[in-house]
Design a protein around this ligand. Structure first.
Ligand code: SAM
Length: 263
């Protein structure tokens, strides 16, 4: 794959994995099983793909770059267990390839948040995700309250599953080398979790509204939702980042129960 057309494109976040030990470590984490459907986002030059192909019932590759998708198409044209979708992961209809047991990928870092938000919309149809992301982004998934990393991404990740950081990866294992460190994270999506939050759209709105002005007290930041009504049993002098996930759930239920007109 030394074709000039395949020279890494910065705009598509193309930092290709080069180190076989790291690639094997990622694949060991994914643990592909013979009866599984696995989706890979951004297979690129196939560094991870080549270790997944042949190890699962169905492998679906979603690659935006036409040249890379064409090359993968040629490489796997005789493998009926591999399907390639040449599309933008943010625009394609995920129903075309879901349900899946696992979604994996060394993600284009500039669109990691959007990919996760889309994943969460489809949480019911995915078992788990193993992603390589920027280290700072990984920290946001598992952050504790009252830290700078704690925010919308943390709370929504808790709403849909459980995230863990598995290991970190230095820039040296990529070509070209990114300017940042990376981390491999696992997110187990749990569709039984938080079923009491039946209006997910409102929960999202609540969390976004609270964190959009994270330096303000809840009394001020939530005005858009509650107007001037007080919220019973909540300390409104706190800021959003002081609230645990359970506090956000409590706030959601209070608003749904006591202030239904505003939600
Ligand atoms: N998996 C390969 C590896 O580890 O070497 C490549 C990872 S590279 C960080 C990200 C990959 O995502 C690239 O192949 C890039 O072309 C692809 N990509 C970028 N934006 C995309 C999008 N919106 N939809 C699908 N694939 C995308």
């Amino acid at each position: 794959m030394n074709d000039k057309k395949l020279y890494p494109k910065k705009s598509l976040g193309q930092n290709f994995l080069q180190d076989p030990n790291i690639i094997r470590k990622i694949v060991d984490t994914v643990q592909p099983l013979p009866d599984e459907t696995i989706v890979e986002i951004g297979p690129g030059r196939g560094a991870i793909t080549s270790y997944l192909a042949g190890k699962c019932r169905e492998l679906i590759l979603i690659e935006f770059d036409q040249n890379l998708a064409d090359t993968l198409q040629k490489e796997y044209e005789t493998d009926r267990h591999v399907r390639i979708i040449r599309d933008d992961i943010l625009k394609t209809d995920w129903k075309e390839f879901l349900p899946a047991d696992k979604i994996v990928g060394n993600l284009p870092y500039n669109i990691s948040s959007q990919i996760l938000f889309t994943l969460y919309k489809h949480a019911m149809d995915v078992g788990e995700a193993v992603f390589m992301v920027q280290k700072e982004f990984a920290r946001r998934l598992v952050a504790e309250p009252s830290t700078k990393d704690y925010g919308i991404m943390t709370i929504l990740t808790r709403l849909y599953g459980q995230a863990e950081i598995l290991f970190h990866i230095p820039p040296t294992v990529f070509f070209p080398r990114p300017k940042v460190d990376s981390s491999v994270v696992r997110i187990r999506l749990d569709s039984d979790n938080n079923q009491d939050i039946d209006d997910k759209a409102f929960f999202h709105q609540l969390v976004r509204t609270a964190f959009n002005q994270r330096r303000k007290t809840l009394r001020n930041s939530l005005k858009k939702i509650t107007g001037d009504q007080s919220i019973p049993c909540m300390d409104l002098s706190l800021r959003a980042d002081a609230l645990t996930f359970e506090d956000f759930k409590r706030l959601y239920h209070i608003l749904k129960r006591d202030l239904p007109a505003s939600v």
